[in-house]
Design a protein around this ligand. Structure first.
Ligand code: ZN
Length: 122
C-alpha cells in the first residue's frame, strides 16, 4: 500500500498516485524522492540523488515485496506450472519412454523459467 510507504516518509507532497518526499536513504533537505503508484498497484521509487530502491526501502524498514504486492504470487504460479511440466516429463521417463525432442526443449524452457523466477524473487 502506498499509504504505508508515505506514512514513513518526511515532507510528503502530491496526490493521485504521484508524490514527492525527502529520501530516507541520504540526508535530503529538499524532497528528491519521487513516488508513483501505478494502476496495477505497483509502486515506483526514484531518488534524484540516485539512491538504490533497496537502500530507500531499507531506511524505512520495508522491502521489495512492499512495492510489488502481486509479484510473488504470480511467480509462484509460474513455478507451479513449470514444475508440473517437469513432473509430467519425469513420469514419462520413469515409465521407460524417451522424451521427444519437443518435450526435451520444453523441459529446458521450464528449467530456465524456474531459474529466472527464483532470481527475480531472490
Ligand atoms: Zn536518496
Amino acid at each position: 500500500m502506498i499509504e504505508n510507504i508515505l506514512s514513513r516518509l518526511e515532507k510528503v507532497k502530491g496526490r493521485n498516485g504521484a508524490y514527492t518526499a525527502c529520501c530516507p536513504a541520504h540526508s535530503d533537505k529538499s524532497p528528491s524522492l519521487a513516488i508513483r503508484e501505478l494502476d496495477d498497484g505497483r509502486i515506483l521509487l526514484k531518488c534524484f540523488a540516485d539512491c538504490s530502491v533497496q537502500d530507500i526501502l531499507g531506511a524505512i524498514g520495508m522491502d521489495m515485496n512492499d512495492l510489488f504486492p502481486n509479484v510473488n504470487s504470480d511467480l509462484l504460479r509460474v513455478i507451479e506450472f513449470e514444475a508440473w511440466v517437469v513432473s509430467v516429463a519425469a513420469h514419462t521417463m520413469s515409465t521407460g519412454k524417451k522424451l521427444s525432442d519437443t518435450d526435451r526443449d520444453r523441459m529446458k524452457v521450464a528449467t530456465a523459467r524456474i531459474m529466472e523466477a527464483v532470481k527475480y524473487v531472490g
